[in-house]
Ligand binder design. Structure first.
Ligand SMILES: [Cu+2]
Length: 365
């Protein structure tokens, strides 16, 4: 598939934002893009909830082509992969392309420590243009009593050069049940069962080929609905522990549909996050995101980014300020039964009133 079997090696210094630099290597022969930051040091005894982060680092994408997935790892000075607990989160935002449903910058890569490597099937790829400005952010933790030095954050992406044939464009998009542009899009999960929802429209139609979700503790399900016909188009259930904490959210590839789930341009859709909070107090910092891979009908209709847009600028300022984190809001991702709780969720030991919903919740658990 690749007519050029040479290695393009590009090193870019991030410059003014910090002393750190991002190194991008595009290896056409092996079809891999490798993005690294280092050397990094993580002090001992840096727990998950006091993770440390550097300011985001801006870099420029060196050559046009397609990325076809990603894997995020932290490796030590000998190249060995470090424990996943040390990677709080990492991501890459494309400053020169806007999201489909929102006027803010595209989230190209977003990984928490629960994120498995992403690999797009066969002929799919997300186009990136030479010269597009990217923002890389990450936060690390080290709960052990041994300091780590000389580590490298490595994001590896299957890569196809621009002269590759037969690649179909897919785009990473998401829909937020509580979209707040320029701040953490979190909300309170009130005691009992409650729904939080928001409508959106898409400037260009297309098909969803993959749909996953993101919920915090006490999340029950996410729904994608047609707000005009009131039909439920997709429903993803949370995998919950008995106490309502979250292990994960199911995902779908719409395998029963020939080309995925159809979404029309300029039609009203709704994303709904359902929570069931068995405690007597509101749980702060809840989230509800549908994360999708989208095949647009025509990429030329993708709306141009407006970097002077007020929402775009607020979102970027927030990203720089919080390093892609959650702005200090309570935040606990679905990492299973671990003790990684950095949330301000207050669960009253007992409720003074008897609430049938609690019984229901504990039975269901
Ligand atoms: Cu979250």
């Amino acid at each position: 598939m690749f007519r050029l079997h040479h290695v393009v090696l590009v090193c870019i210094s991030a410059g003014r934002l910090s002393a750190q630099s991002v190194d991008v290597q595009l290896d056409s022969a092996r079809s891999v893009a490798s993005i690294t930051v280092g050397p990094l040091s993580v002090p001992a005894g840096t727990p998950y909830n006091h993770h440390f982060s550097q300011p985001p680092i801006q870099f420029t994408w060196p050559a046009s082509g397609w990325v076809r997935g990603f894997r995020v790892e932290l490796v030590d000075s000998a190249g060995r992969v470090l424990p996943r607990e040390m990677l709080h989160h990492a991501g890459i935002t494309n400053l020169d392309r806007r999201q489909l449903a929102y006027p803010t910058a595209e989230r190209l890569v977003a990984a928490g420590r629960e994120t498995a490597p992403v690999s797009l099937p066969g002929s799919f790829g997300t186009p990136l243009g030479a010269g597009q400005r990217m923002l890389l952010y990450y936060a690390l933790a080290n709960p052990t009593d041994r300091a780590v030095s000389g580590a490298t954050l490595r994001i590896t992406m299957p890569w196809s050069a621009q002269d590759a044939h037969g690649i179909r464009t897919v785009m990473p998009i998401y829909f937020d049940a509580h979209p707040v542009l320029g701040a953490a899009s979190t909300f309170d999960a009130v005691p009992g069962r409650a729904e939080t929802s928001a409508e959106f429209t898409l400037p260009v139609g297309g098909h969803l080929r993959y749909l996953g979700g993101h919920l915090h503790d006490y999340g029950v399900e996410l729904r994608l609905e047609d707000a005009e016909s009131h039909r439920v188009l997709a429903r993803l259930e949370a995998e919950r522990n008995r106490d309502g904490t979250i292990r994960g959210v199911e995902r779908t590839r719409f395998l029963l549909r020939w080309s995925g789930l159809r979404l029309d341009a300029n039609r009203r859709y709704r994303v709904v996050a359902v929570y069931d909070n068995p405690s007597c107090e509101a749980a702060r910092g809840a989230m509800g995101l549908l994360v999708a891979v989208f095949v647009p009908d025509d990429m030329r209709l993708w709306p141009a980014v407006d970097t002077t847009d007020a929402s775009y600028r607020r979102d970027l300022a927030w990203l720089m300020d919080t390093n892609g984190g959650d702005g200090g809001e309570a935040h606990r991702h679905e990492v299973g039964n671990e003790t990684a709780v950095d949330s301000a969720v207050a669960t009253a030991p007992s409720c003074s009133r008897s609430d049938p919903r609690q019984v229901e919740a504990s039975l269901r658990g």
